[in-house]
Design a binder for this molecule. Structure first.
Ligand code: SIN
Ligand code: FE2
Length: 195
């Protein structure tokens, strides 16, 4: 849709469960936290990262950082997640950040662009796990008409080429639509090249 490549149910149940198991170890090493917006309000989505860079947000603004807020380096990106990037973005450089977003029942993410990376020729690969999320896609500029689609567990979205800088966000999730995560909710994994 609008140049976003949507691979519906691209991951099998077994592959999804394997990623969730790897994420359990990941959040032990780098616990989820509630980033502050530059306006000083906590975001509704809880986050952590893996890879050389993680994405952090506080009163100094949004940026990539080489350490978790606790001061420790981010864990490596699990192989189960790297293999999705290699399969769907074979020509791209290796990802340097895997952002882990956790959406509880009330969480959402406002329309934004992914534009803190240095090389926009590199795609963004986004993996959805758990409850369905209502994803919104806009335009390269602010405003204008938007389109929505439901992202379901196992779906993968590739944002590359002319679609790399389109605005996007998550209006809401649909609690209870997936049994993948024992406590419910939605996980989105976003793989990016940062430098
Ligand atoms: C994001 O744009 O960072 C998250 C998108 C999603 O949760 O699907
Ligand atoms: Fe994004």
């Amino acid at each position: 849709m609008r140049g976003f490549l949507h691979y519906s149910a691209w991951l099998t149940q077994g592959e999804q469960a394997a990623i969730v198991a790897d994420l359990r170890a990941l959040v032990q090493a780098a616990p989820l936290f509630s980033p502050m917006t530059p306006h000083g309000r906590p975001m509704s989505v809880r986050m952590t990262s893996a890879g050389r860079f993680g994405w952090v947000s506080d009163r100094r603004g949004y940026r990539y950082a080489e350490t978790h807020p606790s001061g420790t380096p981010w864990p490596a990106i699990p192989e189960s997640i790297l293999s999705v990037w290699r399969a769907l973005a074979p020509a791209a450089r290796a990802p340097e950040c895997c952002l882990v977003n956790y959406y509880g029942p009330e969480a959402r993410m406002g329309l934004h662009q992914d534009r803190d990376e240095a090389d926009f020729s590199q795609p963004v690969v986004s993996i959805s796990l758990g409850d369905d999320g209502l994803f919104r896609i806009g335009n390269a500029e602010r405003g204008g008409r938007t389109q929505r689609l439901w992202l379901r567990s196992g779906d993968v979205l590739v944002m590359g080429g002319a679609a790399r800088l389109l605005h996007h966000g998550v209006d809401r999730i649909a609690p209870g639509t997936s049994l993948l995560l024992p406590k419910g909710g939605r996980i989105n994994l976003t793989l990016r090249v940062v430098t």
